[in-house]
Design a protein around this ligand. Structure first.
Ligand code: C5P
Length: 401
């Protein structure tokens, strides 16, 4: 189910050419199950007829603050209270200035002042107007007030200019709005995450390990926290620090990680194994530093326990998500892992791309579950983590039903 299901979205349309894109926005929001009420400024009505918004939203469009008939149907204070979110798209330079100034001389600005709902705006204007110091200062004021800014994006403009100022496309706006609502998607849920590499001791000074930086796992833990979960993080050695609200257990080896995970598994609802656990460890750990000798030497390796599989095999297992680093046949290998380890979801990423994956700020993945998959294009690990948590939360809730 979409995070927008039954959410009340008040869409403010101001007077810019991008207003036509807001018709698509209404359709997309409705498709996601949202209830949509549209408020248009006078200037917006010069671009699009209210009737179009009425037909798509299924509700009479709100046009005036001082219309007794409209006030009798749903007064502006009632409308302000009704909204779970106010979205202004397009938001012109003028509407941003009026918001920053706290004006209340038309219906939309009054609603913004009267509502306690979060406010998101999708600016759309000529690139020079966007770059103008006045607009940028207004933007800063709005950002300081926690207004969510969606775009604008760069490209060719209706006036022929090229630059920043195009309104974000409807699909992307819907995605962002979903993320806003997914924020508390894990409230009351306990999440355990593993992250980073493991170190498998050879002797007191040497070990086997890998290039995992821990960034993806820490980002997933943070995203779960921001989604309202209580989060525990079992981390192999890495240079990262975690949010104070995350309970962090630092461990060294795969065996330590196995123990820490099972000790903290009680009442865990979702287990997300992001750690790059070493598959093998030296059979013997030398008590003293191994001295070099003439000729070659060999170290006998034995298999490490599979932590994720051990959790997924439990009778009362949590919702289990694994990560799969693959260099080829991504989906095929990941799907096999899903079945073999009895997982609910697998996040597969190609680790042979130098600018993505291991030790990078970026990642692109395909998430796979028994009946489907979803591709997440290359983005920062932190943004990806937020999207992954939204997806995981959705599937987790569906399974619990
Ligand atoms: O089988 P493979 O190592 O590719 O599986 C990767 C997934 O399994 C990751 O989620 C990783 O954290 C987890 N894993 C584990 N314990 C191991 C090996 C992998 O939890 N010993």
């Amino acid at each position: 189910m979409s995070f927008l299901h039954n959410k009340n979205i008040l869409l403010g349309v101001t007077g810019g050419i991008a207003a036509y894109k807001s018709l698509t926005l209404v359709r997309r929001l409705k498709e996601q199950g949202a209830n949509v009420q549209v408020v248009m400024t006078e200037a917006a009505q010069e671009f699009i007829r209210p009737l179009s918004f009425q037909a798509l939203s299924g509700n009479t469009v709100h046009l005036s603050l001082l219309d007794p008939a409209a006030e009798a149907a749903m007064g502006h204070i009632e409308l302000a209270r009704w909204a779970d979110l106010i979205v202004i798209a397009p938001a012109t330079a003028n509407s941003m200035a009026r918001l920053a100034n706290g004006e209340a001389n038309d219906l939309l600005s009054t609603l913004c002042l009267a509502s306690k709902a979060p406010l998101a705006i999708a600016p759309a204007m000529n690139q020079a107007m966007w770059a103008n110091t006045a607009t940028q200062e207004n933007l800063q004021i709005l950002q300081q007030r926690q207004v969510v800014i969606l775009g604008p994006v760069a490209g060719e403009q209706a006036c022929g200019d090229v630059g920043d100022g195009r309104m974000m496309e409807a699909d992307e706006i819907v995605e962002k709005i979903q993320q806003l609502f997914s924020h508390q998607a894990l409230s009351g849920v306990r999440v355990l995450v593993t992250a980073g590499p493991t170190r498998e001791a050879i002797d007191p000074v040497r070990y086997l390990s890998n290039h995992s930086s821990g960034k993806m796992g820490y980002a997933v833990a943070q995203a779960a926290l921001e989604a309202g979960a209580s989060v525990e993080l079992v981390s192999g050695p890495c240079a990262l620090s975690a949010d104070k609200r995350i309970r962090l257990y630092r461990i060294e080896s795969a065996e330590d990680m196995l123990q820490a995970v099972h000790e903290n598994l009680a009442q865990v609802d979702i287990f997300i194994a992001v750690a790059a656990v070493a598959d093998y460890r030296p059979q013997q750990v030398a008590v003293q530093k191994i001295k070099k000798q003439a000729g070659s030497m060999s170290i006998e390796l034995i298999r490490n326990p599979d932590i994720l599989a051990s959790v997924a095999a439990l009778e009362n297992k949590p919702f289990c998500v694994g990560f799969a680093a693959e260099t080829e046949k991504l989906e095929q290998h990941a799907r096999l892992k899903l079945q073999q380890k009895k997982l609910d979801m697998v996040v597969a990423n190609r680790v042979d791309k130098s600018d993505s994956g291991f030790n990078s700020e970026y990642n692109s993945v395909t998430v796979i579950w028994d009946k489907g998959s979803k591709v997440f294009e290359k983005t920062t690990k932190s943004r990806l983590a937020t999207d992954l948590i939204a997806l995981i939360a959705g599937h987790f809730k569906q399974q619990k039903k």
